[in-house]
Design a protein around this ligand. Structure first.
Ligand SMILES: [Zn+2]
Length: 250
């Protein structure tokens, strides 16, 4: 995707979110920074030797985007607004790149990019994205997973605008959770520690006892894994904990 597209979209998002001019500038600059310097990722080669390599823009790593989103959110909660907008800008660059089809063996990519340079996005697309946003890490992750590369340039561009606008609004959304959230969180914690934790511990004790009884000590390892699995099975609790971190409550 061209710098012009990234800048236009960042400008559109900043306008619809009513960002003050200096923060709008930070968002625009952030949204082209990955093309200027690129982000380094730690990868492993075939022999599992770590090395640093540049993130491939046209196949950005969704987990890395999520790291940038969390950085932005944390900065926002700590009232470091400029940092928050800068990280968000970098994230939306990759989010937008995700929408462009690579073509066969990536050959068509450059021509798609120049095609895309010609199009502009209607303001209503940003507005719709922002209206639908839910301030939650699960919502952001769902959006990231839902993005599919598109080969029609106009459609790819408006999809890129919609997703980057909705994710921006989610990250910069409410910093206080709904009124009932803390109560629900306390309840989820109670259930987790009063049911899942004892069940998991009980399972570990019983299976370990069996493994000693049948004289198969190695059996302790799968017992431990199973106990851990039960502990982690309380998905509702972990989802709520993630939300709590999103609101700075944990
Ligand atoms: Zn790029």
């Amino acid at each position: 995707m061209k710098w012009k597209n990234h800048k236009d979209m960042a400008r559109g998002i900043a306008k619809e979110l009513d960002l003050p001019p200096h923060l709008a500038e930070v968002l625009i600059e952030g949204s082209i920074q990955p093309d200027k310097n690129g982000d380094l990722l730690v990868r492993h080669d075939r022999n599992w030797i770590p090395h640093r390599s540049r993130m491939r823009h046209h196949r950005p790593d969704r987990r890395y985007i999520m790291i940038l989103i969390w950085k932005a959110r944390r900065a926002l909660l700590e009232s470091r607004e400029e940092d928050a907008i800068w990280c968000l800008g970098r994230a939306i660059h990759y989010i937008q790149d995700l929408n462009v089809a690579r073509g066969i063996f990536g050959l068509a990519h450059d021509s798609k990019e120049s095609d895309i340079g010609e199009y502009e996005v209607a303001e209503s697309v940003f507005r719709e994205g922002i209206r639908n946003a839910v301030s939650s890490p699960r919502y952001v992750w769902k959006c990231l997973k839902a993005i599919k590369p598109i080969s029609n340039p106009a459609t790819a561009l408006s999809q890129a605008a919609m997703y980057s606008a909705t994710i921006s609004a989610a990250v910069l959304g409410d910093t206080r959770p709904e009124a009932t959230f803390e109560k629900d969180l306390a309840r989820a914690k109670r259930i987790h520690w009063s049911r899942f934790a004892p069940l998991s511990f009980g399972m570990l004790v019983v299976l370990s006892a069996i493994s000693f009884f049948i004289d198969q000590i190695w059996f302790v390892i799968p017992s431990f894994v199973l106990a851990l699995l039960i502990f982690r099975l309380d998905l509702g609790y972990y989802a709520m904990r993630e939300e709590a971190i999103w609101y700075g409550l944990e």
